[in-house]
Design a protein around this ligand. Structure first.
Ligand code: IMP
Length: 439
């Protein structure tokens, strides 16, 4: 399951829905930049790293090798869950995952400040610098953390190396290597029981025909290789990232489910063609409670963009889509959908990966009538007002992908299951059979 926009598509609720039939839920990329809110026994919890599948006693959760792990925040999440009586025994962390260190957070924040007008608008959680060290081959992995003597040697060198950057480039005070070593040795004791070979665990589960849900964090347009570079995160939220980020071969993935909001939001900097800098944007933000889980930042809001939708279908090979937050549009008299872009007077249907071109794209809209009535209570397509059904059909046809799930509110039951998202037909087959896109 992946995000088909710029993250925050409401994946938490869809994961929760799909987790019920999953034996294992796996995160394959990103770190504590992600965040989802879950309600347990009337209490609201914020999780950044641990999949919400942990709330189901029989579901195993894996934090894969493509993720970056901030042990301090992970341990806080473990403590919080345990204090609520929720067992964390079923949480496994890949030994190959890279570890976010104090210097990563400092460098993330200092480099954003230094970038000025060129800032990315990161979450400031050290994600980019952790992945940069992984590529530079100076990273610390969970397996390094599990080797106390090796860790000492490695950190004495690395902290001194990073101190040169902190002091000379950013004018920040240096870190004390011995303090960092002592702190991370403590973390390693706490995390040790959870550390595993992620690929082996998943392969074994595949052999035993277990259901495995790979849960993408962030979204397609934030993908390092396929998103709106440089305004992206430093990992691969696209479906292909699930293979690289867990050590599972592509032939083992049965279906790819995309999640998109009925409109669009984005946090951080970067071009956003359908952004609404007016009272309509404010209305979407307020009705949709569009504030980040991790940073509390107000999300930028705009109309649904079917050009990026089609791009997400292509890049991820989506079999079907879940459309979330349809109810946020309930009060509107008319709704715009971006069907194409116009760039320097030229009409284009395809998403331009060149960021300079993307920044010059203007949306070409089609206007659809709104339904101006509540959909929150609808439980099947038949309950939906005709205009809402037409809106969904329009989106499905524009993106050439079936809509399997429609979400109309935060509650579990505020959901329409149009077709089985897990066992439905493959999208390619659907097209060759000439079937309709939405029942
Ligand atoms: P980073 O991942 O903290 O490096 O931030 C890079 C970009 O990704 C920024 O625009 C962030 O706002 C965005 N971003 C990171 N994580 C999320 C998320 O979970 N939801 C939405 N945007 C995110």
């Amino acid at each position: 399951m992946i995000g088909a926009q710029w993250g925050d598509e409401g994946k938490g609720k869809i994961t929760d829905l799909l987790s019920r039939s999953a034996d294992i839920v796996v995160r394959y990329q990103g770190g504590v930049n992600a965040g989802h809110t879950v309600v347990v026994n009337g209490q609201t919890l914020k999780l950044h790293l641990i999949p919400s599948g942990i709330l189901y006693p029989n579901t195993e959760c894996v934090i894969g090798s493509g993720t970056v792990v901030d042990p301090e925040i992970l341990i806080q999440e473990l403590d919080m869950l345990e204090s609520l009586g929720i067992s964390t025994e079923n949480l496994y962390i890949s030994e190959s995952a890279h570890v976010t260190m104090p210097y990563h957070r400092l460098i993330d924040q200092a480099s954003e400040e230094r970038r000025g007008d060129h800032r990315i608008g990161t979450t400031g959680r050290g994600i980019g610098p952790t992945y940069a060290d992984k590529s530079e081959r100076t990273g610390i992995r969970l397996l390094d953390l599990m080797d106390p003597e090796g860790l000492k040697k490695q950190l004495r060198w690395t902290v001194n190396y990073k101190n040169a950057i902190l002091e000379k480039l950013y004018g920040l005070p240096p870190l004390n290597p011995e303090e960092v070593i002592a702190q991370y040795q403590e973390f390693s004791k706490r995390l040790r029981p959870h550390v595993i070979d992620c690929s082996l665990k998943i392969y074994d589960a595949v052999q035993r025909r277990r259901n495995i849900l790979f849960e993408g964090a962030q979204g397609t347009l934030l993908d390092l290789d396929h998103g709106t570079y440089p305004y992206v995160t430093s990992s691969n939220p696209v479906a292909g990232g699930a293979c690289v980020g867990t050590g599972v071969g592509p032939t083992m993935i049965d279906r790819v489910i995309g999640v998109a909001k009925a409109y669009t939001t984005r946090v951080g900097e970067g071009p956003f063609p359908t952004e609404l800098n007016d009272s309509m944007g404010d209305a979407l933000c307020d009705r949709g409670s569009e504030f980040g889980t991790t940073t509390g930042r107000r999300r930028r809001c705009g109309w649904f963009d079917a050009v990026i939708g089609r791009y997400a279908v292509r890049i991820n090979g989506l079999d079907c889509l879940a459309i979330t937050k349809l109810d946020v549009l309930d009060t509107l008299a008319e709704i715009k959908v971006c069907v194409a872009y116009e760039m320097d007077g030229v009409h284009c249907q395809d998403f331009p990966t060149n960021a300079r071109h993307f920044a010059r794209c203007h949306p070409v809209y089609e206007i659809l009538p709104g339904w101006q009535q509540s959909t929150e209570h609808c439980r099947s397509l038949k309950d939906l007002p005709q205009a809402a059904l037409n809106y969904l059909k329009f989106l499905a046809e524009l993106m050439e992908v079936p809509i399997a799930i429609v979400s109309l509110g935060a509650a579990r039951d505020q959901t329409i299951i149009v077709e089985d998202p897990i066992h439905g037909p493959k999208r390619a087959l659907l097209y060759s059979n000439g079937q309709t896109l939405l029942a």
